[in-house]
Write a protein that binds this ligand. Structure first.
Ligand SMILES: Cc1cc2nc3c(=O)[nH]c(=O)nc-3n(C[C@H](O)[C@H](O)[C@H](O)COP(=O)(O)OP(=O)(O)OC[C@H]3O[C@@H](n4cnc5c(N)ncnc54)[C@H](O)[C@@H]3O)c2cc1C
Length: 405
């Protein structure tokens, strides 16, 4: 059997490696328009900042016995055969038994002269900048980049606060204040006026589904990632169910792309496939010393989904103050029956573990009442006696007891 994977990024590569794990015989081919081996796009802001010398390359195609067609783009599909072009070589024909599409996403673009960050080549261009920078878009990537340069940076956001897709205004303000304290000029409510500087445009991504049209493949998939017989779509270019809203959405996250690739491989080689029940957004990042992240819905996305949402926010410590404990702020969003549908955390340590715990709680449909009963560990030099997650849950229980009285 020959499996052809279109796109050798996070999802395509995770699929191929997991497929090889399950089956030593299957013929695996990856085709990618880039000439590079697979690397982590998530490292690009740190590469620009100079904290990593090169982006992490974590593919070993020889070890995994994967044939990698570098620099090829699929042009058309005739039955189970793809015709693929290369800028400097003759076109090739590649037949498949199973086709996996993992073509990722593309940055939303405003003007040609702007810089965009998606690929290693983009990062190398941005790394060459040597004078003041304007960043358009206060999402994760814009915020990550805002502390990456030695010269002056202005961050322009069209909404009333940065990180609007991830954090509510009160939590985003904590990050915004930190950026300002580090010398970033943050301009909110910005309406697209020309900026005469090096402009890096970070206004989000869209799924790379134009090639699907060209190959006559529908972007709509089942709970098993299938578009049509023997054709599957995973990663940023695949639309999946948001477990909290029930809506089919695109989620541009590396963790999800990897998970989808691995699950598809497991399903193809297992006699009892597992449906993909959907995703819960779970994301984290770090700027300077500050960590922040979000799980599930924000107040805005919950309202857009028609939910009546309540919140509780607890400002605690990651350990005993006299032993260097620092602020850790947890905000929980929940429904009137207590079911947790969102969480946001800003702090300096131990943020990812808490986000993952809360992601599990949301998947299991836990309530603030159940979370408030969590048995937590304690040691003055490691964890405060009131875990901020439990602190927020207790505040939520109190709030609901008043509301539901
Ligand atoms: C700067 C940056 C920082 C990020 N940071 C994080 C983070 O911290 N955490 C997180 O969870 N996510 C992060 N992400 C998102 C994450 O990188 C993506 O969600 C993830 O890489 C998606 O995986 P994918 O395989 O679907 O797409 P990609 O990894 O983008 O791979 C798609 C592949 O398809 C190839 N391709 C595209 N079109 C064609 C074509 N026509 N023919 C052949 N090949 C083609 C591309 O060259 C690419 O190799 C970040 C993204 C960027 C850009």
């Amino acid at each position: 059997m020959r499996i052809v994977v279109l796109g050798g990024g996070t999802a395509g590569h995770a699929f191929a490696r997991r497929a090889r794990f399950f089956d030593k015989q299957v013929e695996l081919c990856i085709l990618d328009k880039d000439g590079l081996d697979q690397y982590s796009p998530c490292s690009l802001p740190y590469f620009i900042e100079g904290r990593t010398n090169a982006v992490d390359v974590y593919a070993d195609y020889d070890r995994d016995n994967i044939t990698y067609y570098r620099g090829y783009t699929p042009m058309k599909r005739e039955g189970n055969t793809l015709v693929c072009s290369h800028p400097h070589k003759e076109p090739i024909e590649l037949s498949y038994d199973v086709l996996v599409i993992a073509l990722g996403s593309i940055p939303k673009r405003l003007r040609e002269e702007y810089y965009y960050l998606k690929s290693y080549a983009d990062a190398q261009r941005i790394k060459q900048l040597s004078s003041d920078v304007a960043i358009l878009g206060g999402g994760y990537i814009g915020v990550e980049l805002s502390l990456s340069f030695d010269f002056s940076v202005s961050l322009y956001e069209k909404e009333s606060h940065i990180l609007g897709s991830y954090l509510d205004g009160d939590m985003a303000t904590l990050v915004q204040e930190y950026l300002v304290s580090q010398g970033v000029r943050v301009v909110c409510n910005f309406t697209d006026a020309p900026i005469e500087k090096n402009v890096i445009c970070c206004i989000g991504f869209e799924p790379n589904i134009a090639p699907l049209k060209q190959l006559d493949i529908s972007p709509i998939t089942t709970d098993f990632f299938a578009s049509q017989e023997n054709i599957y779509i995973i990663g940023d270019c695949s639309q999946n169910k948001n477990m909290l809203t029930g809506n089919k959405e695109y989620a541009f996250l590396g963790g999800l792309a990897k998970k989808q690739g691995e699950l598809l491989a497991q399903n193809l080689f297992s006699s009892t496939p597992t449906p993909y029940q959907g995703f819960i957004v779970n994301s984290i990042t770090k700027v300077g010393e500050l960590l922040f992240g979000t799980v599930g819905l924000t107040a805005r996305s919950a309202k857009q989904a028609g939910m009546r949402v309540f919140s509780a926010r607890f400002s605690g410590l990651d350990k005993y103050a006299r032993l260097g404990g620092r602020k850790l702020v947890v905000k929980l969003l929940f429904l009137s029956d207590g079911r947790i549908i969102g969480a946001q955390i800003v702090g300096y340590a131990d943020v990812s573990g808490r986000l993952n715990l809360l992601s599990y709680c949301m998947r299991m449909k836990h309530t603030v009442h159940q979370l408030a009963l969590l048995d937590t560990c304690y040691n003055p030099d490691s964890a405060d006696i009131t875990d901020p997650v439990v602190g927020a849950a207790l505040l939520g229980v109190k709030k609901l007891s008043v509301i539901n009285r």
